[in-house]
Write a protein that binds this ligand. Structure first.
Ligand SMILES: [Zn+2]
Length: 232
């Protein structure tokens, strides 16, 4: 099992790796997904690792802040979908289609952002709507409406009258992450707060939720790198 450690506020998740060959600590931020890992000598204490991380927290945050370069979707670039990289390939259909681990996009000469945004929104709807119904049924609640938007500040929300909203960018994350956010919003149909009782409902719907909540905190910003909105 992978060991992770959290530091600071907002929390950063760091994966700890022990190596018998490592002589010193080495801290890395993945350019692909922003994952932070700390390689340490096999015999090093976790307390020492934590001290090391605290000393380098500033560096880490600067590194992360400077990292998410915007990605303008184009043929040859890739896009994450359900947690997997999909290469964008020139296709012949009028709308983007999934072909194995590729997304075939129409060649119109126009920016790919808008058709890909519409495509992802549809994919997100296909995943989110049935999942909402399944999870809501498990807590004897009904979802009155589901809307999908491109929100920056939140991944989902729930109103008093049972309207759920989700960011369609969640479909780019691993499916477990989307599952967690749906479980979170469905749990608000039972508890309109973030009390311990609320988190117990979340846990009932998604026993592994901490892991995916952590993923979202650590990597959520990466999902906003992709310029998928309508060009202004
Ligand atoms: Zn909430």
């Amino acid at each position: 099992m992978k060991r992770t450690i959290q530091i600071g506020q907002p929390e950063l998740t760091v994966e700890l790796r022990r190596s018998s060959r490592a002589r010193r600590y080495s801290l890395r931020v993945s350019a692909v997904d922003g994952k932070i890992s700390l390689t340490m000598p096999a015999g090093a204490r976790e307390k020492a690792a934590l001290d090391f991380l605290h000393q380098h927290e500033r560096w880490l945050r600067d590194k992360l802040a400077g990292q998410p370069e915007p990605v303008i979707p184009a043929i040859g670039e890739s896009l994450p979908l359900r947690g997997k990289r999909h290469l964008l390939v020139a296709g012949t259909s009028r709308a983007p289609v999934i072909v194995g681990d590729e997304i075939h996009v129409p060649q119109t000469g126009k920016p790919l952002g808008p058709p890909l945004a519409a495509f992802l929104k549809l994919q997100a709807r296909n995943d989110i709507v049935p999942l909402c119904d399944i999870l809501a049924a498990r807590v004897n609640r009904k979802v009155s409406r589901i809307s999908l938007r491109d929100t920056r500040s939140r991944w989902g929300s729930c109103t008093e009258n049972g309207c759920l909203m989700f960011s369609w960018r969640l479909v780019m994350a691993p499916p477990e992450v989307l599952h967690y956010v749906v479980a979170h919003e469905v749990a608000h149909l039972v508890e309109m707060n973030h009390s311990p009782a609320f988190w117990r409902v979340v846990e009932q719907l998604d026993p592994d939720f901490q892991t995916w909540r952590g993923w979202l905190r650590a990597n959520g910003a990466q999902l906003h790198r992709y310029r998928l909105a309508v060009p202004s």
